[in-house]
Ligand binder design. Structure first.
Ligand code: PXG
Length: 440
């Protein structure tokens, strides 16, 4: 079906994010429509979405409830000032979000992206200690290979080298735990057996600086962008134990793992480990309108609620925090998840997904396959001296074969909308298998 939508012939003005601009503009890959599990390309092909956009369209595309909510809200109240004023839907969404989140999370601070959620959480952590009279706790600890967006806070605690090395000195007072990618865990289904001991490095870092200087530890409970690394069994529990022992806040960055990806509302619930702050975004509005949130426990929130009542308690916020149209999209998204039972559906489909993925274990260049919930990763042996090239070729070949996959380094990451059917899984994995056979 050729769509009657012109594609501009001058692509030079748009400086594209995280994209090989010159390569793209020579051979553009344009989406012009989307519905449920498929994108429509400018040349009229239907492409099966193996990545939920960028890990965000968990309910699939063009969901009527969300579309209508946005249209209605735009006509009813387009924008309301975010500071010292309110509108009902932001409060309603905060309540629904906290109801959905595990029990200790009672408050939501709205932002517009995962990056903003991370910087907000880091600031809340530092200000929390200060509010409690522990102003020496300013140090932040992230992890090698961690991805926490692209703000200066996020890249400072993050551990992806290319996202850091071009940008100067970053925040000071930041340390990193070792990453958890161990070769002995290759081809593990679900959580790997080896690696809980890597959390003990936290003791060493804390001892080096003194616990009274450490504000927070931030990790992705399941590391997504670096190529999908599951937490080793016992690892998150150990991080929680050590942080609690030393009065350090634990932040789970759930920008990817929130909203059903692992078969539960949040990874905190899935793993049964409760942090003090959770960051989320993406699936909060099904990716349709930019929005994120930091979820806080009553203990963290209440530490700020002191001093004269006319005083602002936290000097932080964004023009678009809790934007009415984003709030309407968020509410409609949470309703869609509930109505379709999508989190339970992800859990139910996970074993089928796992078997399908691991059926690729004998394909050329495959050196590891990992999975959990409706997430999967296939790691390829890099071409000697040309890292990332093999996976990127597979990505281009996959796109030509009508499936959308995502690559990072030489790892293929898959994270389909949670509405995926078994037949779609067969097509996605079957086509990917053919692509791998053709990839040099
Ligand atoms: N934290 C985590 C854990 C993320 O995965 C962010 C923060 C930043 O979110 P924003 O909304 O500022 O982009 C992310 C974003 C990929 C991919 O293919 C992952 C992200 C974004 C784009 C691509 O792995 N994660």
């Amino acid at each position: 079906m050729a769509l009657d939508r012109p594609v501009p012939n001058d692509l030079s003005a748009f400086w594209m994010p995280f994209t090989a601009n010159r390569q793209f503009k020579k051979a553009p890959r344009m989406f012009v429509g989307a519905d449920r599990m498929h994108y429509t390309t400018a040349d009229g092909r239907e492409v099966l979405d193996g990545t939920a956009g960028l890990w965000c369209c968990n309910a699939g595309h063009n969901r009527p409830r969300i579309v209508e909510a946005i249209q209605k809200q735009a006509a009813e109240l387009d924008y309301a000032p975010a500071f010292q004023m309110g509108h009902p839907k932001a409060f309603e969404l905060a309540t629904k979000l906290c109801d959905l989140a595990p029990e200790p999370f009672e408050h939501a601070f709205f932002v517009n992206s995962g990056s903003e959620a991370v910087d907000t959480a880091l600031k809340i952590a530092i200000a929390y200690h200060r509010a409690r009279g522990e102003g020496t706790r300013t140090r932040l600890i992230g992890r090698e290979r961690g991805y926490h967006g692209v703000g200066f806070g996020g890249i400072s605690v993050g551990g992806i080298v290319n996202n850091r090395k071009f940008f100067g000195n970053l925040l000071n007072g930041v340390d990193h735990l070792p990453h958890t990618h161990l070769p002995e865990n290759a081809f593990t289904r679900g959580q790997p057996d080896h690696g809980a001991h890597l959390a003990d490095e936290l003791e060493r870092i804390v001892a080096l600086h003194g616990p009274e200087t450490v504000a927070a530890v931030i990790v992705e409970p399941m590391a997504g962008s670096t190529g999908v690394l599951m937490p080793p069994k016992g690892y998150l529990e150990r991080l929680r134990e050590i942080t609690a022992k030393h009065g350090i806040l634990l932040i789970f960055d759930e920008v990817i793992t929130g909203f059903g990806r692992l078969g539960s509302s949040f990874a905190a619930e899935h793993f049964g480990v409760m942090p003090d702050l959770i960051t989320c975004a993406k699936g909060l509005t099904n990716g349709v309108i930019p929005m994120g949130a930091v979820l806080a426990t009553a203990e963290v929130h209440d530490a700020f609620m002191q001093g004269p009542e006319h005083m602002i308690e936290l000097f932080h916020g964004y023009t678009y925090s809790g934007n009415p149209i984003a709030s309407a999209a968020g509410l409609a998204t949470l309703e869609t998840y509930a109505e379709d039972g999508l989190f339970a559906r992800a859990a139910e489909l996970a074993p089928y997904w796992e078997d399908a993925l691991h059926s690729l274990n004998d394909h050329p260049h495959v050196i590891d396959i990992r999975n959990m919930g409706l997430i999967g990763a296939i790691e390829l042996e890099p071409i000697a001296g040309e890292p990332t090239k093999r996976a990127f070729s597979a990505f281009l070949e996959a796109y030509e074969s009508n499936i959308l996959i995502r690559t990072t380094g030489d790892i293929i990451a898959l994270s389909p909308p949670l509405i995926i059917e078994k037949a779609h899984i067969d097509t996605l994995i079957g086509t990917l298998g053919e692509v791998l056979k053709r990839t040099q």
